[in-house]
Design a protein around this ligand. Sequence first.
Ligand code: ZN
Length: 347
Amino acid sequence: MQALVLEEKGVLALRDIDLPLTVGPEDVKIAIHTVGVCGSDVHYYTHGAIGPYVVRAPMVLGHEAAGTVVEVGENVRSLSVGDRVCMEPGVPDPSSRASKLGLYNVDPAVRFWATPPVHGILAPYAVHPAAFTYRLPDNVSFAEGAMVEPFAIGMQAATRARIVPGDVGAVIGAGPIGIMVALAALAGGCSRVLISDFSAEKLAIAAAYPGIEPVNLTETTFAAAIAKATGGWGADVVFEASGSAKAFDGLFDLVRPGGAVVLVGLPVDTVRFDVPGAISKEVRVETVFRYANVFDRALELIASGKVDLKPLITGTYAFGESIAAFERAVEARPTDVKLQIRVQEEN
Ligand SMILES: [Zn+2]
């Protein structure tokens, strides 16, 4: 089977590779239609590693996927052949302590697509547990289905924030994840969300959504903009979605007393953290690692029209052009949010 293989750092190949396609009793086999290119895929390509996860053998990339069920295991009742689906890429051990606590995303045994040594799904077919495969509502396209995975991170962040209706949100960073977080925060009850970035292009994409207010950091500080917008009180919930160490300087100036700061972005190195600043406001600090139990809710929001992710799909490539898609993703054009690859058109 042809797949997009990361041979080693900096070397991609579209080539044949043996992938396990045995359908177990609880599994479904999926003909992959659309796969999104994620920052993590690109980072493995350019750096060969993310933190402790190091590419030591050829690995198929891709983990944001939608497709059509073509075969179901003998115990599967929830899905049928022909169902259009999207897939949650992390599969935990169901009997682990973390899974029993409902925290399956932090199960140390979780197997996550395109995280070494687990192959991703930039290939025509994949086999996946039915329990982590979700039927797409009729009005949700494959392209939107492949956006559920990155949006799920926003959903997890909004859930961790424990938003109360009418909260004012603030998001540091208008990259793909920052925008996903802002949209989930609005859907979760925020009255408005201020979002900061140094890029006018990125801010313009975010600000096209009603309720998202852009703050250009080349013109003002985020703290000043939030103070102005909230009468000096601060945002109820602040999401750090840039992963930049600099974002931690003055982080607690953004949040109101008793508010929440949710850490979503993953800094490369250890960062300085203003403990007195957090304590003096009794700030609740939350962290987000991937997501758990949010795919159904994400699909409900997309199907209802409350969340529209289509404007964030800024380029689509044929499977044969996968390497070109990755080269463009490496460019990190500020006008690009999500690039997608169509693996198989006809399903
Ligand atoms: Zn992703």
